[in-house]
Write a protein that binds this ligand. Structure first.
Ligand SMILES: [Zn+2]
Length: 173
């Protein structure tokens, strides 16, 4: 069986997070890979080699991360990390299992990245639609509409500006 401290010395938690589709920024923040996270709630501490999610409260070391993500026991998680990150520490693990585990993990990684790309694309589209709508509403306001119409326009404009703001705040994080 794998020695946990040997594994933890050889493996990087940020590599595992990345494999699971998390993309840590400079502060180590990424969208949680353990729950459906819309904004980056997960902190990957590369220095301490620990993670913590401010959204779902999950936290621990690299073995915990693999355990929770894969639904494995600690020894199984260690084995998974050894194979998926290509560390090759446990010489008793057959090559076929190594290859298979890594391949499956990479496939899931690319599927997850693709899903996130598609989500981001949808958001970009929504953003540009909202900006177009804001422009139209502002022009309608400039055309000095009757008071009855004006209240409705102001309300719509507020709503659109609010949504644009939300997307912009998220993009700045
Ligand atoms: Zn979480």
């Amino acid at each position: 069986m794998l020695n946990f401290s040997e594994l933890k010395a050889a493996a990087r938690i940020e590599d595992l997070a990345r494999l699971f589709g998390g993309v840590p920024d400079r502060r180590g923040m990424c969208r949680c890979v353990l729950h459906d996270d819309k904004t980056p709630s997960m902190k990957i501490d590369a220095e301490k080699q620990l993670f913590y999610c401010f959204g779902c409260g999950a936290g621990g070391d690299i073995i915990t991360l693999a355990q929770l993500h894969e639904g494995l026991s600690a020894p199984e998680a260690a084995r998974f990390i050894d194979c998926a990150l290509g560390l090759g520490l446990d010489k008793k693990i057959p090559d076929a299992e190594r290859r298979d585990t890594m391949l499956r993990a990479k496939k899931r990684h690319f599927r997850e990245m693709l899903r996130r790309d598609e989500e981001a694309e949808k958001e970009r589209k929504l953003y540009s639609e909202l900006c177009g709508e804001m422009h139209r509403l502002r022009e309608a306001m400039n055309a000095e509409p009757p008071n009855s119409k004006k209240a409705e326009l102001v309300e719509k404009l507020n709503k659109v500006e609010y949504l644009i703001n939300l997307i912009e705040i998220k993009a700045c994080k």
